[in-house]
Design a binder for this molecule. Structure first.
Ligand SMILES: *[C@@H]1O[C@H](CO)[C@@H](O)[C@H](O)[C@H]1NC(C)=O
Ligand SMILES: *[C@@H]1O[C@H](CO)[C@@H](O)[C@H](O)[C@H]1NC(C)=O
Ligand SMILES: *[C@@H]1O[C@H](CO)[C@@H](O)[C@H](O)[C@H]1NC(C)=O
Ligand SMILES: *[C@@H]1O[C@H](CO)[C@@H](O)[C@H](O)[C@H]1NC(C)=O
Length: 187
């Protein structure tokens, strides 16, 4: 048997919602129902040694030195990000975060990567990328799990690959193409 009190309350709240909706479409200001996809494309500069280094090895595990994959190594970086491959070109963001070598069999890192955008209409916003990054794959896919500013509620993925690497000078350039979905208010 249904509870008559609940039935009455449901009827009242239905009437209230119907009446309010007819008067002012309040839900149009609340619902988040449209999706944007934003594509970002840029180059990350890993300067691993020298006076202008932006990436530092901060910790090793007890087996890092003997592990074929450098297991347990932790690097922290604040890399310059540019729209063009040339490091001297205009900075559009910083890539700030850390990598941890997490695979005993192959070289792979667990990523904690925050793109802090510094130019264009998303200046000041961040995009957060995490995930498993296996360096032997020419192209790697990493999840975008969030962001702030323009990228609140962000979801998406990043495709990254090595653009160039100079082992002699410890300098590598990584290309990133990122597809980010955000929600926006109905208009
Ligand atoms: C370090 O950066 C400075 C300023 O941008 C530059 O003049 C210098 O050539 C750089 N040094 C190296 C080793 O890249
Ligand atoms: C980690 O080990 C490497 C050699 O495997 C060494 O060059 C580096 O200085 C060590 N890093 C730290 C933070 O101890
Ligand atoms: C980005 O925003 C910062 C802080 O508001 C500002 O100082 C800077 O000039 C802006 N950069 C560009 C390229 O608009
Ligand atoms: C979402 O779309 C709106 C309207 O086209 C645009 O103004 C805004 O910059 C977009 N936001 C993102 C994060 O792409």
């Amino acid at each position: 048997m249904k509870n008559p009190t609940i039935n009455i309350l449901l009827t009242i709240s239905f009437l209230l919602i119907t009446t309010t909706a007819a008067a002012t479409p309040w839900f149009e200001n609340l619902c988040i129902c449209k999706k944007n996809t934003t594509k970002l494309h840029f180059y990350v500069h890993d300067v691993r040694s020298g006076p202008n280094a932006t990436l530092y090895n901060v910790a090793n595990s007890s087996i890092t030195a003997t592990s074929p994959t450098g297991f347990g190594r932790i690097n922290v970086f604040d890399d310059k990000v540019t729209a063009e491959p040339d490091i001297a070109s205009e900075e559009v963001a910083r890539a700030q975060g850390s990598t941890t070598s997490v695979d005993l069999q192959v070289s792979a890192a667990s990523m904690n990567l925050n793109f802090f955008l510094k130019a264009g209409k998303f200046n000041g916003s961040t995009v957060t990328v995490v995930g498993r990054n296996q360096f032997s794959d020419a192209e790697r896919e990493l999840p975008v799990v969030g962001g702030n500013g323009a990228f609140r509620y962000a979801r998406g993925y990043a495709i990254t690959r090595s653009y160039s690497n100079d082992a002699a000078t410890n300098y590598g350039v990584l290309e990133y193409t990122i597809y980010i979905r955000t929600s926006r208010k109905c208009s």
